[in-house]
Design a protein around this ligand. Structure first.
Ligand code: NOJ
Length: 555
């Protein structure tokens, strides 16, 4: 079953379910053990039949892969490992024919150090226009041997690296909020702005429907680059924190200009912000009417499996988005966070289980994690607005927590001095079919194994193994997405909270649809006359909704 022609016209994004393809790990067409565009093309019918509306593809640009492609060496080309621009164009056209829109990842905060601009900057003198595209500064101290300020890299260590000048002596420092191979560009520089405008036009011209904006909250830096000092990020107080490089108000002007560019197209082109900010109110600033269309709701992703925290997150998110006229979005995982099966398998008293190292010491019950992940999927897909599904989520994959150290590639592993294992555990190639690795990820006779090893236990979780098994996670997602498409009340709109006991949530969508989620309460009876459309797990013998279970109802 295909999703059919592109639907919902100009406002499709307000209700969209967008599937995240982490390209290196989705499907390998040429047998080198690395996912690519030809693999993705083969799997487009699978995505269309799943019932999603659009696909967001993580960076596929030429890259030395120091940060999984988020170190971009050429903004308007394709990494040869993944294919060619012609392959990309063909894929986009095929996706459109199947009713799927395509979003790319744009990485405006930093380039790869192999981008020609950065090589030119290194070869040029301090104060040159070539250096002005990045954030070069003199060091502190008599010989400039101390970094310009106290900023730290997101992956650990200093956010500054000192360069050697043409005379062979240590010289200026450049800023990199991520790895040293990802120099930050300077968004006060007109050439930088023009470069990104041209990049967006290039990909829009190839039919791309929008962009996910990497580190959208990081582009504006405070004048004078003052020290961070003791400012916490993410903030732990209720106060909004004035941070010198995260979520600064100046960033919004950039997005107003991007929006006006996107709006010049007849078929609307859309944006989703990756912005790790303080609270839903700050997030909603990014989706004001003249800025971006949507933003990932990380507050929801990070909320533990607990009725009260979830309710609060949902209420705050809806209120903040409604105040600016934008749809909320909902997300349970992505390529940077621990998969939800593994998070929900742990005790849920922690609000910030995000990184593997936050939870490996906690006891785990994976059957419980999977039950909760099923219930969470129905909750997410019933809430007003759009939703994001990370590849493998629909298969119920857990984080691979025991990857051997010698295969780890996440820069955080080395940069933390091998104390943080990083994000590879949620990036293991997807199991499609068969009883043994590569589980159909690579074609038969592939020349290399998958770039991260797949657990043998995944033979039970391949697309092939789950297809037709009505108890499987895959069939739950398929049914939920099919119902979502057929119920006009779902997607964009509002909800009405229904009265239920503590430990549970229930809300209506329109006059006839309701969702009940039991997190930790006593079994909840169904309202009289209700008909169960879908349940994430078995109901009690007397037809009530037990804990860690969601149901979709109609009357
Ligand atoms: C967010 C991306 O999702 C992550 O994978 C990357 O490491 C950083 N931004 C830096 O680009």
């Amino acid at each position: 079953m295909s999703a059919g022609p592109l639907e919902n016209g100009a406002l499709w994004w307000r209700s969209a379910v967008i599937y995240q393809v982490y390209i290196r790990s989705f499907a390998d067409g040429d047998g080198d053990g690395i996912g690519d565009i030809s693999g993705l093309r083969l799997r487009l019918p699978y995505l269309a039949a799943l019932g999603i509306d659009a696909v967001w593809i993580t960076p596929w640009y030429p890259s030395p892969m120091k940060d999984g492609g988020y170190d971009v060496a050429d903004l308007r080309a394709i990494e040869p490992l993944f294919g060619t621009v012609a392959d990309a164009e063909a894929m986009i056209a095929e996706a459109h024919d199947l009713g799927l829109r395509i979003l790319l990842d744009i990485v405006p905060n930093h380039f790869s150090d192999q981008h020609p601009w950065f090589r030119e900057a290194l070869a040029a003198a301090p104060g040159s226009p070539e250096r002005a595209r990045f954030i070069f500064r003199d060091g502190v101290g008599p010989d400039g041997s101390e970094p310009p300020n106290d900023w730290m890299s997101n992956f650990g260590g200093l956010a500054w690296t000192r360069v050697t000048e043409a005379d062979g002596l240590p010289g200026q420092w450049y800023l990199h909020l991520f790895t040293p191979e990802q120099p930050d560009v300077d968004w006060t520089n007109a050439e930088v702005r023009a470069e990104f405008d041209q990049t967006m036009r290039f990909w829009f011209g190839l039919g791309v429907d929008g962009f996910r904006i990497d580190v959208a909250h990081g582009l504006a830096k405070a004048d004078g680059l003052p020290d961070v000092g003791s400012t916490m990020w993410p903030p732990v107080t209720a106060e909004v924190v004035d941070h010198p490089h995260w979520d600064r108000d100046d960033v919004h002007e950039i997005y107003r200009s991007w929006r006006s560019l996107a709006d010049t197209y007849d078929d609307p082109r859309v944006f989703v912000a990756e912005a790790w900010v303080h609270n839903p109110g700050r997030l909603a600033q990014y989706v004001r009417a003249d800025e971006l269309h949507t933003a990932f709701n990380f507050d929801f992703l990070l909320a533990p499996w607990d009725a009260e925290t979830m309710r609060e997150s949902i209420i705050d998110s809806l209120a903040a988005h409604e105040a600016v006229g934008a749809p909320a979005t909902w997300v349970l995982s992505n390529h940077d966070t621990v998969r939800e099966v593994s998070r929900y398998a742990r005790p849920q008293d922690e609000r910030r289980l995000r990184k593997l190292d936050d939870l490996t010491d906690l006891p785990a019950d994976f059957a419980l994690g999977r039950r909760r992940a099923r219930a969470a999927a129905l909750l997410m897909l019933a809430l007003p607005g759009g939703a994001y599904v990370y590849q493998g989520e629909e298969l119920g994959l857990a984080e691979v927590e025991d990857l051997p150290e010698d295969v780890l590639q996440d820069p955080g592993w080395e940069q933390s001095g091998r104390t943080e294992r990083g994000r590879d555990g949620c990036r293991v190639p997807i199991p499609w079919s068969g009883p043994a690795p590569p589980f159909g990820f690579s074609p038969e006779g592939a020349s290399a194994p998958p770039w991260l090893p797949q657990p043998l236990a995944w033979r039970e979780l391949t697309v092939e193994a789950q297809t037709g098994d009505q108890q499987s996670m895959l069939e739950l997602y398929r049914r939920a997405l099919r119902i979502r498409r057929s119920q006009p009340e779902l997607g964009d709109g509002r909800l009405t909270w229904l009265d239920v006991p503590d430990g549970t949530l229930a809300f209506g969508r329109g006059a006839r649809f309701a969702c009940i989620v039991n997190f930790s309460g006593d079994p909840v009876p169904l309202p009289g006359g209700a008909h169960v459309l879908l349940a994430s797990g078995p109901l009690t013998d007397d037809g009530r909704v037990p804990r860690d279970t969601s149901v979709w109802l109609t009357t």
